[in-house]
Design a protein around this ligand. Structure first.
Ligand SMILES: C[S@@+](CC[C@H](N)C(=O)[O-])C[C@H]1O[C@@H](n2cnc3c(N)ncnc32)[C@H](O)[C@@H]1O
Length: 278
């Protein structure tokens, strides 16, 4: 039998930063015991034989713990993930909260680059709680991502609210499909940064993270150029941003006929979300 701190120490000794090691051990303990984090506080010792296989796999493969466990926590929900989808990041909660402020009864929403479907799921869940009956179409170029997004929607009982379609940006969106909101957390890391990123991130799909241009703006340029054709008059566009991209994306939006451009910062004062109206 070992304590939680014993397992954390093993991960720290394998060069996993201590704050991450603590969270990862808690996730493993939750999975193995089936207990919630608060309940784990009352257990002093855990069965090594059940826990060590996860710890070993984490150390030997360097795979993110969420891929090893098969799920990630996001906004209070457990999302199914595998190596076909990006692991949800906390920053995306800011994007979702901004979208939720603008939804209304019957709104039609398009999420480009839907990945595991966290945006449709969390907007859909909110709209259901508020009886707003929105319709959300999640589009992604990856078949694998579409499968996972569908699994998540089924798990959250949102199949009447969210649908998914394979599409390279707008390629599979019909010209007569018009939306009140277009939202995207697109790939935004310039490929020249590949060598500087953490080993764990290299397990995530390259196409979910990287762009071929120097500033990571490729997807913003493409989506902003075509979005006016698919937005209703007065419709909104929302993007998540990487630190340092806000000014460029602001200009792209203004140059393409968008107005009332607003930037939303995160708690660390980083410009994280941009919103505009057509
Ligand atoms: C940064 S991830 C975002 C995933 C998810 N929306 C989230 O916030 O966690 C970007 C997503 O865009 C998708 N993607 C990349 N290129 C695309 C394209 N040309 N058309 C549609 N989706 C694309 C990737 O497969 C990936 O799922």
């Amino acid at each position: 039998m070992k304590t939680k701190n014993d397992f954390i120490k093993i991960l720290v000794e394998a060069n996993i930063p201590s704050n991450e090691a603590k969270i990862e051990v808690e996730l493993i303990l939750e999975k193995v015991t089936g207990k919630k984090l608060e309940e784990l506080l009352f257990i002093n010792e855990f069965d090594e034989a059940q826990i060590m296989p996860y710890i070993k796999e984490r150390i030997e493969t360097k795979k993110p713990i969420q891929y090893i466990l098969g799920y990630a926590h996001f906004m209070g929900e457990k999302f199914i993930v595998n190596s076909d989808v990006l692991i949800p990041r906390d920053e995306t909660e800011i994007l979702i909260r901004e979208v939720n402020k603008e939804i209304f009864k019957g709104a039609k929403i398009l999420d480009i680059g839907t990945g595991s479907g966290i945006i449709p799921c969390m907007v859909g869940k909110y709209s259901k709680e508020k009886n707003l009956e929105v319709e959300i179409l999640g589009a992604d170029i990856s078949n694998g991502a579409i499968h996972i997004a569908l699994d998540n929607v089924k798990k959250l009982n949102l199949i009447r609210t969210c649908i998914f379609r394979k599409s390279d940006l707008f390629s599979n969106i019909r010209s007569d499909e018009k939306f009140d909101i277009i939202v995207s957390n697109p790939p935004y890391i310039p490929k020249k940064m590949y060598e500087t990123i953490q080993d764990e991130v290299k397990f995530e799909p390259y196409n979910a993270l990287f762009t071929n241009d120097d500033k990571g703006l490729y997807f913003y340029e493409k989506i902003i150029a075509d979005a006016p054709k698919f937005l209703k008059k007065g419709g909104f566009i929302f993007f998540e941003l990487m630190q340092g991209q806000a000014d460029d994306v602001f200009k792209l939006l203004s140059d393409n006929g968008f107005k009332n451009v607003q930037i939303i910062k995160d708690l660390a004062n980083i410009e994280r979300v941009i919103k505009a109206e057509i």
